[in-house]
Unconditional design. Sequence first.
Length: 587
Amino acid sequence: MASEGSGEIHLRGIPVSPGVTQGKLVVLSRQEISVPKRPITEAEIGGEIARLEKALLETRQQILKIQKHLSSSIGEKDASIFDAHLLVVEDSSLMEAVKKQLHSRLLCADYVFFHISQRYAQSMREVDDPYLQERAADILDVSRRILNNLTGKVATDHYTLEDNSIILSHDLAPSDTATLDRQKVIGLATDLGSRTSHTAIMARSLSIPAVVGLKDASYNMESGADVILDGYEGIVIINPSEQTSFEYGQLQEKHHELEVGLGELRTTEAITRDNHKVIISANVELPEDLALIEKSGAEGIGLYRTEFLFMNRLDLPDEDEQIETYQKVIQAAMPNSVIFRTLDIGGDKIVDNMGIPDELNPFLGWRAIRYCLEREDIFKTQLRAICRAGANQHIRIMFPMVSTFEELRLAKGILQSVLDELQNEKKPHCSDFEVGVMMEVPSLAMIADHIVPHVDFMSIGTNDLIQYSLAVDRTNEKVAYLYQPTHPAILRLIKRVVDAGHIGNVWVGVCGEMAGEVLLTPLLLGLGVDELSMGSALIPRVKRAVQRLDHNEMTTLIEEIEHLSTAAEIEQKLRLVASQHYPELMN
C-alpha cells in the first residue's frame, strides 16, 4: 500500500474483524472534562443563569431526540434508560445549588455547575442504596452533555450517527455497542482492546471491520475526516490520499468477490473430504442478529447470550418479556435448536440495574453462575421464562462460568425446582430439553470426566479458558501477546474435555472465538470437536475450511502437534496446513 503522503496519517493496531471499509470518522472520546475557574461580577450573574438554563433546555431536547430515536430502533422499554437522564436535567435542587454558588463565589456557571455535579455524583456513590449508587453515572453523563452545551463544544453522539460512520473511541462497553445504529456504522476502532474484547466479538458477529489497541488515537483525532479502516492488517488511515483510496478500493472489490463466493455455501453442510460432519452454529447477542442466522447457513444457535436483554434499561425484564424474546429466538432457529446461556453478567459486562459492586478483579469476581446462585429470584425468573418459551420445542440450557461440581449441582437443582413449579401451576413448559455447562474455567475442565454423567453436552468457552489458564486479561492490549489460543496447555485442556465427553457419549462444542478462526479449524477438527459456534458472518469461511480438510489427516496432525512445546511452533504448523488447503481465506 501507499506510504504516508501529505496529510495522510497511518495508525496501527490489532486487527480483530476482517474487512476493508471507507467512510467518515466519528470520534467518541471519553476524555476528562477540564473547566477553567473564571471569575465573574455580580452584574454577570443573570447572564450566567440564562446561559445555564439555555444549556439545560438544549440538553433536554437532545435526550428526548435520542430517546425517540432508540424507541423506533430498539423499542420504548429499552429507550427508557434515558428517563433517569431527564430527571437530572429537571432536578430543581441542582439548579438552586448552582444559583446559590454563583452569588456566593462569583465564578462562571461552567465551573460552578461542574463541581456541584461532581459532588452530587460522589454523594450518590456513598449512599448505601444500589439504585442511588447507579444514578451517579447518569449524573456524570448528563453533566458532560450540559457542559458541552454551556461551552459550545460539539459532542458527537453515538446514538444518532450519519451514514457510513467509522467509530473511533477510547473503548466501547457492551452497553455502547448494543445501542449503535448498525445501519450506519461501517467500522469500529478503539484505543483499548484485544481479539477477545467485547468490541471485537461484537464486530465479528455483525461482520463490521474493526481494529483495536490503537493506544491514544481517540485523544488525538477529530470527527469528520475521511478514513480507511483495514480489519485484515489492523491499519486505520486518516485523510487517505487518492492513490491510497484507489488501492484500498481494489482490495475491497477483491474481498467482496470472495465473500460472494462464500455466500454460495449457505445451504451446504460442513463435511470433510472423508465424510466427517461438524455442526456449524451461530453465536447471537441481540434480537437484530437473528436475521443473520438463515442468511449465514447456521445450523441453529450454539450460544444465545441472554444478558443483553438486561442491558441499557432501568428495570429488569419480567418473566413475560423474557418469554416473548426467547420465543422469537427459538422461532428464528427452527427447525434447529437453541442453546440458551443463562445470565452471564460481570467481568466486562456490567449491568447498572443489578447491584454488582465495583471489584478489583471483576473477571474473577461475582459474575455469571456465582451471581445467579446468590440472586435466586432473578435466576428462577429467567429459567421459568426459558422453560415456558420452550414449550413443545427442543431447547438447550447452559450454565456459564461453573468452576465446581457443587455449582453445577445447585444450578440443576434450581432448574428442577422451576420445572416442578411450572408443573404444579399447570403452565406449558419444555419437556424436551438438554442441560449443559460451559467449560471455561480450568478447574472444571480438569474434572470433565466427573461432570459428564450429569450433563447432556459441554461447550468450551475458549475466551475465558485461555484467560484463566494463562493468567492473561483478555481485554488488556498490553498483554495481548500472551493471549495464545495455540498454547500447548490450551490444547491439552480442550482435548481432555472432548475425550471425556466422547467416552461418556456427551457431545462437545466450542462457542468461544477459536471456533471462528479458520487458522484453528484444523486443530479443532483434529481434536474431535462436534460443534463450532461463532458469529454468523464467519460461518461461510469455516464451512469452506472444513470442506477442504480431511478429518483423519487432522487427527494425525494433532499427534504431531502434541510433541511441540510452544504456541508459535503450533501456530506455524497450523498456518502451513491452512495455507495449503484454503489459501484464499488466509489473506
